[in-house]
Design a binder for this molecule. Structure first.
Ligand SMILES: *Cc1c(COP(=O)(O)O)cnc(C)c1O
Length: 421
């Protein structure tokens, strides 16, 4: 059997996306050598094109002032519209179902204002166990805001004992018992801690069958897996663009509202002038005449400087293509699992679904005797990964800018460091 070093070299040579690494700034160590960046799940790297694309808008603002709304090279009035189509492709939606606005937790709240409508007897929200804290705070505060009680109205979808992964049986059992009491199912489409990519269509169908509204947080999904949002039939989804979508710290969020809700009418929604028909925006009327589709959820005129990095990033995705990225991602994870196969199980266990369709490009290495200083040793050796309390080192080989050799080197370093414990 070929050794993993030779395999890494061959896989890199055969990789038709290998040129994309050069489109990114890779953080360097003190000697000027590239670090092994495995943290794209937390903050994606900067495309080299981003600066110029932001500068274009700064220049147009300097040269044109307010006229830039209409006369900028990319007129600001419609700037966000050009982003919907490429973003929609990434999440598998129609352009009219997608809008980029606000930040993630804000959008989660805006969606829940519309899609969480608890009544007595059906007031619960179901989320997955080990949810990202911000989502827990958001759903708890929505429950309280509607006059209900998080103690009784927040349900966690938990895996069976001895597993960190949630199965269809877990979902079915939960819904068989509580389906009629659940107003909203809000699941992190790819769990941030275990890396599990849930079967979104299955959850949506099961939830709808029980009369629940179904939405997803795809913070760890967008740009990583292919969620095919439209086809799942989910009611809504939200995600951020600073993780796999490489649009910079705190970058704007995406929101999806399924086409079936495009004419929302008088149902609950927080509204602002950017959700009214474009022809009316400057007529200063007090009647809100809703746009059709996801754009109707917009409140404010879009922040162009914050949109520019998304434009840059989407161009890179457009060129690479989500399908090719996903294929490479699967290969990378498979290779990583091979490289890490002989990690001492009594020291580190890898949390990751067995089925390649149920995982993205994230591997969670769970320390059996959690010790954050070990993680710092890895950092000292130029590995950029992240530590998630209480016990997990997350690494994400990102197909746009990581190589198979990165994975090989990482696996060598972690084994060397483990042998010193
Ligand atoms: C990253 C992440 C967040 C962060 O929320 P912001 O509003 O962007 O600060 C929230 N939820 C999930 C599931 C995340 O992965």
């Amino acid at each position: 059997m070929e050794n993993t070093f030779d395999r890494a070299r061959k896989l890199d040579l055969a990789d038709e996306l290998s040129d994309f690494k050069d489109k990114f700034h890779i953080p360097k160590n003190k000697e000027g050598k590239d670090k092994i960046y495995l943290c794209g799940n937390s903050l994606g790297l900067q495309p080299k094109s981003t600066k110029r694309i932001i500068e274009q808008e700064l220049d147009d603002w300097a040269d044109l002032g307010v006229d830039g709304h209409v006369n900028a090279k990319n007129p600001w009035l419609s700037y966000h519209e050009a982003l919907s189509e490429p973003m929609a492709k990434i999440v598998g939606a129609k352009a009219s179902e997608v809008v980029i606005m606000n930040s993630l937790t804000v959008n989660l709240h805006l969606m829940m204002v519309s899609f969480y409508n608890p009544v007595k007897g059906r007031s619960k929200i179901l989320i997955e166990y080990s949810t990202f804290p911000s989502d827990v705070y958001a759903v708890k505060s929505q429950i309280r805001f509607h006059g209900f009680n998080p103690e009784t109205d927040l349900l966690f979808l938990k895996p069976k004992r001895n597993s960190s992964l949630i199965t269809r049986d877990d979902i079915d059992e939960m819904l068989a018992i509580h389906g009629d009491e659940i107003a909203l199912i809000m699941i992190g489409g790819v769990n941030y801690y275990t890396g599990q990519f849930f079967n979104l269509k299955y959850i949506t169908n099961a939830g709808h069958k029980h009369g629940c509204v179904v939405g997803f947080d795809l913070a760890h999904g967008a740009g990583n897996i292919q969620p095919n949002l439209h086809e799942t039939g989910a009611d809504f989804a939200v995600w951020c663009t600073y993780k796999y979508l490489n649009s910079g710290p705190g970058a704007l969020s995406g929101a999806f509202v399924h086409e079936k809700h495009q004419d929302w009418g008088e149902r609950p929604r927080f509204e602002g002038w950017w959700g009214t028909k474009k022809t009316n925006r400057f007529k200063m009327k007090h009647e809100f005449e809703s746009m059709s589709g996801a754009e109707a959820w917009q409140l404010s005129n879009p922040p162009i400087m914050a949109m520019a990095p998304i434009k840059a990033s989407l161009a890179v995705f457009e060129e690479a293509g989500m399908h090719r990225l996903r294929e490479k991602s699967k290969l990378m994870v498979e290779f990583a699992l091979d490289c890490l196969e002989d990690l001492p199980q009594d020291q580190i266990k890898i949390l990751i679904p067995q089925d390649p369709e149920s995982r993205g490009c994230q591997l969670s290495l769970q320390m059996q005797h959690p010790d954050k200083s070990f993680f710092h040793e890895l950092e000292a050796r130029d590995i950029v990964a992240d530590w998630r309390e209480p016990d997990v080192i997350r690494i994400a080989p990102v197909p746009l800018y990581n190589t198979f050799m990165d994975i090989f080197e990482f696996s060598n370093i972690i084994k060397e460091e483990l042998s010193k414990i």
